[in-house]
Design a protein around this ligand. Structure first.
Ligand code: 6PG
Length: 473
C-alpha cells in the first residue's frame, strides 16, 4: 500500500494466470488489490499466499475505491463476453486517466471495439498479450501491451518489474497502436502452433520412420536443446518423453495420451487474419489443420481401416537431416508470422517494431528460443529485410539446410508418414523462390471461363481478355 493507504494496481480475475500475475506484482513490492466474481476463491488465494498481502475487494465498486488515482486495473478474465461484462461494471466508476488493461487472449477485433468504446470515455484501454503459462505469469512472462501511449508510460514501471529478463533486456515493449498487443500475441500463438506441430512431426519420424526407442528421441531433443535449437518447447519435449505412466508399469505416459489436440482459437484466428491481410502462412495453417484432423479420431480410425495405406520406414535420413528440416521449417514459419505482423502493422497503422517483438519473445513466452535472438538481430539491422528469410544470415543458412530438408520431406512422403508442417513449409519455400510459377494457367482459366482478364508477361499491369477457342465437343 502506498503512503495514502491505497493500492498501486488491481487484478480482476484471480484464476491461475491472474492469481499468479497478482503475486508476481506483489513480489516486486507493489501493493495489489484483487477481485474475482467468486469472492471466496479470492480470499482463499490471499490466505494461501500471505506474503503477497493481496487486498481482496468484495465487489468492483470497492476495488475501485482501493486504488491510487489514476487507477491501473488489469483484467485477467476469460476472453470474450466476460471482458465486456467487467468493463460495463467499471465504466461508471472510472475517472479521468484511469487505465483498464485486458491481459487475456482476446481477439484483436474485440480489442478494436473496446479501444473505440474507451475513446468516448474518461478511462483508457490497453489490450495486452501475456505469454508464459502459469509459471511465466508468476516468475516473469513476456508481455505485449498495445493501445494508448499515455497508458503505456503509466504501465511501464510495474510491467517492467514483473516481466521476464533475457540477455537482450526486459521482455516487455509497446507493441503499437490500437489492438496491436493482442494481434502480436495472436501471432505468437500461431507461431507456437507451428513450432509444436513441427516438433511433433519430427518426433513421429524418429519413432515410426526410424524406429528409435523413446529414450533415444528424448536424448536427441535434449542434445538439440544444448545447441542452435535451444528453446522452451524443445526442452519440455525432452522432459515429456521421459515421464513414466503411473498407471502402467514400464510404459511411458506419452503413449497413454490420446492423439486428439485441443485448441482455444488463437491459431485459427491467426490463419483467418493472415488470409484477410493477404499473407500466406502455410506452416501455421498446416498446424491448425493438423489439430482439426487430430480431433477427428474416430473418422481417422475408419479411414485407416478402409484405405489401408502402406507405411514403412524412412530411408536415407539422418538425425542431422531431421534437425535441419526442423530448423529450416522454423525459419519458414517465423518468416510467415513476421510477414503477417508487418502487413497488419501497415494495414492497421499499428507502428509495430518487429525487432522489438522478436526481442521480447527471447524470454518468458512459450516460443522463447535462442533462435529469436537471430531474428531480433535481422530486424534491427539498418538494412531491414523485406522478408525474414531474405536476411543475409538466413539466406546462407537455409541454403545449407535445404538438402536435408528435402531428404526428410521426400522420405516421409515415400514412407506414407504425415508431415503437414514440414512439407507445407518446404512447398512455401519452393513457391516463394520460383520467379515464374504455375499461376499463369490459373489466370488463363479464369479468363477462359469468366472473362476475368489477365496480364501479359510483356505488359504487366495492363489487363486484357482473350477469346480462348473451345475444343470441339
Ligand atoms: C502462452 C500460451 C497460452 C495458452 C494458449 C494455448 O503464450 O502462454 O500460448 O496463451 O497456453 O492459449 O492455446 P491452445 O489451447 O489453443 O493450444
Amino acid at each position: 500500500m502506498s503512503e495514502t493507504g491505497l493500492c498501486d494496481l488491481a487484478v480482476v480475475g484471480l484464476g491461475v494466470m491472474g492469481g499468479n500475475l497478482a503475486r508476481n506484482f506483489a513480489s516486486r513490492g507493489l501493493r495489489v488489490a484483487g477481485y474475482q466474481r467468486t469472492v471466496e476463491h479470492a480470499h482463499a488465494l490471499a490466505a494461501a499466499h500471505p506474503e503477497a498481502h493481496l487486498r481482496i475487494a468484495e465487489d468492483v465498486a470497492e476495488l475501485v475505491k482501493m486504488l491510487e488515482r489514476p487507477r491501473r486495473i488489469v483484467l485477467m478474465v476469460n476472453a470474450g463476453p466476460a471482458v465486456d461484462a467487467v468493463l460495463d461494471q467499471l465504466d461508471p466508476l472510472l475517472e479521468d486517466g484511469d487505465i483498464v488493461v485486458d491481459g487475456g487472449n482476446s481477439l484483436y477485433a474485440d480489442t478494436d471495439r473496446r479501444v473505440a468504446r474507451a475513446e468516448g470515455r474518461p478511462w483508457r484501454f490497453v489490450g495486452m498479450g501475456v505469454s508464459g503459462g502459469s509459471e511465466g505469469a508468476l516468475l516473469g512472462p513476456s508481455i505485449m501491451p498495445g493501445g494508448d501511449r499515455y497508458a503505456w508510460e503509466r504501465l511501464r514501471p510495474p510491467l517492467e518489474a514483473i516481466a521476464a529478463r533475457s540477455a537482450s533486456g526486459v521482455c516487455v515493449t509497446y507493441c503499437g497502436r490500437g489492438s496491436a498487443g493482442h494481434f502480436v500475441k495472436m501471432v505468437h500463438n500461431g507461431i507456437e502452433y507451428g513450432d509444436m506441430q513441427l516438433i511433433a512431426e519430427v518426433t513421429a519420424l524418429m519413432r515410426a520412420g526410424l524406429g528409435w526407442p523413446w529414450g533415444q528421441v528424448a536424448d536427441t531433443f535434449a542434445g538439440w536443446n544444448r545447441g542452435e535449437l535451444e528453446s522452451y518447447l524443445i526442452e519440455i519435449t525432452a522432459d515429456i518423453l521421459r515421464v513414466p505412466d503411473p498407471q502402467t508399469a514400464g510404459a511411458l505416459l506419452i503413449d497413454a495420451v490420446l492423439d486428439r489436440a485441443g485448441q482455444k482459437g488463437t491459431g485459427k484466428w491467426t490463419v483467418v487474419a493472415a488470409a484477410e491481410h493477404g499473407v500466406a502462412i502455410p506452416t501455421i495453417a498446416a498446424a491448425v489443420d493438423a489439430r482439426l484432423l487430430s480431433s477427428a479420431k474416430d473418422l481417422r480410425t475408419r479411414a485407416e481401416a478402409a484405405l489401408q495405406p502402406v507405411r514403412g520406414a524412412i530411408q536415407g535420413v539422418s538425425a542431422d537431416d531431421l534437425r535441419d528440416a526442423l530448423y529450416a521449417s522454423k525459419i519458414a514459419s517465423y518468416t510467415q508470422g513476421f510477414a503477417l505482423l508487418q502487413a497488419a502493422s501497415e494495414a492497421r497503422d499499428y507502428g509495430t517494431n518487429l525487432g522489438e517483438i522478436a526481442r521480447i519473445w527471447t524470454g518468458g513466452c512459450i516460443i522463447r528460443a535462442v533462435f529469436l535472438e537471430r531474428i531480433r538481430a535481422a530486424f534491427t539491422q539498418t538494412d531491414k529485410p523485406e522478408l525474414l528469410m531474405l536476411a543475409p544470415d538466413f539466406v546462407a543458412d537455409v541454403a545449407r539446410r535445404l538438402p536435408g530438408w528435402r531428404r526428410v520431406v521426400a522420405a516421409a512422403a515415400a514412407a506414407g508418414l504425415p508431415i503437414p508442417g514440414l512439407s507445407a513449409s518446404l512447398a512455401w519455400f519452393d513457391t516463394l523462390t520460383q520467379s515464374r510459377g504455375s499461376a499463369s494457367l490459373i489466370q488463363a482459366q479464369r479468363d477462359y471461363f469468366g472473362s476475368h482478364t489477365y496480364e501479359r508477361v510483356d505488359a504487366p499491369g495492363v489487363f486484357v481478355h482473350s477469346e480462348w477457342p473451345k475444343s470441339p465437343q
